[in-house]
Design a protein around this ligand. Structure first.
Ligand SMILES: C[S@@+](CC[C@H](N)C(=O)[O-])C[C@H]1O[C@@H](n2cnc3c(N)ncnc32)[C@H](O)[C@@H]1O
Length: 277
């Protein structure tokens, strides 16, 4: 089979599952051949090895498996991270959370923080690369994210800066902290997700409880009760109002909500009152 024939076959196969079937067909063939996409154009009339293996990759994608799990890698912020099934694929909107946290770290000269729910390590790795003086304790409740984050942290040589710890929230983190960052599971239990998400990504990374914001509220309470100054979290587009009511009840110095690039409410930064329970 020639490259151009393979691409036209793959495009047809991917029509249902992908928004950009031609593009993904090219990406997957380039990945299969260990080449970039321009190679395909120049060599379109040539045949290539292991056609059956390429066809299997396309079939996986046609069954809605995310591209990132198939190739085992994701582009995030200014880096590439390893990902595999059992770990959430980091999303572009989480880059906004990182930039907001980076502003606070810079302004307040913060050196000790924790991340709740490390996943692939995306947030902690980008922050550690930005701030070489920063020490991060990154927790996760599941083994698989800790294993994958460990690999990614090693790849970037950040073992001295990021300490991984299996923990529910920050229960196993008694150290003094100045800030906590988290992109926790925040989706409601009965929310209908697309097949590429629900059939492949880990449930523990997606669902935050029956209503969805239960874990977020617990994180707010834990961080407040520990006397930590700042908390920055991602949240669902419909959670601004209930979270505003919740923080009004418990009392904070301020909560600032932010939106994602599509204009949806997507997260918040809380500053807690110092020295108050
Ligand atoms: C939405 S993912 C975020 C992963 C990564 N930080 C990112 O932004 O791509 C949430 C992560 O929180 C972890 N998690 C869920 N419940 C937790 C809990 N109670 N304590 C600690 N981690 C938890 C999940 O295993 C998952 O890795």
């Amino acid at each position: 089979m020639m490259i151009k024939e393979a691409l036209s076959w793959a495009r047809e196969e991917l029509k249902e599952a992908c928004e950009r079937p031609a593009f993904e067909a090219e990406l997957l063939l380039a990945y299969h051949l260990g080449q970039d996409r321009t190679y395909l154009l120049i060599h379109e009339s040539e045949s290539f090895p292991d056609v059956d293996k390429f066809q299997k990759l396309i079939q996986r994608r046609a069954s809605h498996e995310p591209y990132e799990y198939i190739v085992g890698s994701v582009s995030f912020y200014d880096i590439h991270l390893e990902v595999e099934k059992g770990v959430l694929i980091p999303r572009p909107e989480t880059e906004i959370l990182i930039d907001l946290v980076a502003e606070i770290i810079e302004k307040e000269n913060i050196t000790n923080i924790a991340e709740i729910g490390v996943g692939s390590g995306a947030i902690s790795i980008v922050l550690a690369r930005k701030f070489p003086q920063l020490h991060i304790i990154a927790t996760d409740i599941s083994d698989m994210p800790i294993k994958v984050a460990e690999k990614n942290i090693k790849t970037f040589g950040l073992n001295q800066q990021i300490e991984l710890r299996k923990s529910n929230l920050i229960d196993e983190v008694p150290e003094a902290l100045e800030l906590v960052v988290s992109n926790p599971p925040y989706i409601a239990e009965d929310f209908l997700l697309e097949s590429n998400v629900i059939d492949y990504e880990p449930k523990e990374a997606l669902f935050g409880g029956r209503v969805g914001d239960e874990l977020l509220k617990q994180i707010i309470l834990d961080v407040k009760n520990r006397g930590i100054k700042y908390l920055a979290c991602e949240m669902g587009y419909d959670q601004k109002e209930p979270l505003q009511v919740f923080v009004n009840e418990i009392g904070v110095e301020y909560i600032k909500f932010y939106k994602d690039l599509a204009g949806f409410d997507r997260g918040f930064v809380i500053k807690f009152n110092e020295g108050k329970e």
